[in-house]
Ligand binder design. Structure first.
Ligand code: MG
Length: 161
């Protein structure tokens, strides 16, 4: 049995924060604001996996009021989501995603992001696709006030949990 899920996340861009996407630190004068490292791509992917597994969302499973997640690497959160899927008898088929950001250029960092996500979820890099787009200077993304990420995940029940 296959199941599909989607995820969406937005974080505000501010000064004095690192820009971390897909677990990769990207040199940029602005970073994403949030309780954890604010890695919008990993949050969208985690929500897509939770959605596919029928397990709610990140906010429900890992509340941002929990001091445990203060400035935490979202790779740790993604690893827990991967474990939850595994415990429920699911294997990941593939993940596709989009980062929407006006600046900086994301493409040089995509391979490193794929490696991080693959090793965190114990899958192969070719099961993950990451795309990047600008919004042609339109809206909050175009004004560089924030970034968004979208993801879909397909998972397959391979054993009874
Ligand atoms: Mg988030």
């Amino acid at each position: 049995m296959f199941r599909i899920g989607n995820g969406y996340d937005v974080h505000r861009l501010v000064q004095g924060r690192k820009l971390i996407l897909g677990g990769v630190e990207i040199p940029h004068p602005l970073g994403l604001e949030g309780h954890s490292d604010a890695d919008a791509l990993l949050h969208a992917i985690a929500d897509a996996l939770l959605g596919a597994a029928g397990c709610g969302d990140i906010g429900k499973n890992y509340p941002n009021t929990d001091p445990k997640w203060k400035d935490a690497s979202s790779l740790v959160l993604l690893q827990q989501v991967g474990k939850l899927c595994e415990e429920r008898g699911f294997e990941i088929a593939n993940i596709d995603s989009v980062i929407a950001a006006e600046k900086p250029k994301i493409s040089p960092f995509i391979e490193a992001m794929k490696q991080n996500i693959a090793s965190t979820l114990a899958i192969e890099p070719d099961q993950i696709n990451i795309k990047a787009t600008t919004t042609e200077k339109l809206g909050y993304i175009g004004r560089q006030e924030g970034m968004a990420a979208y993801a879909v995940a397909l998972i397959q029940k391979t054993r009874e949990s």
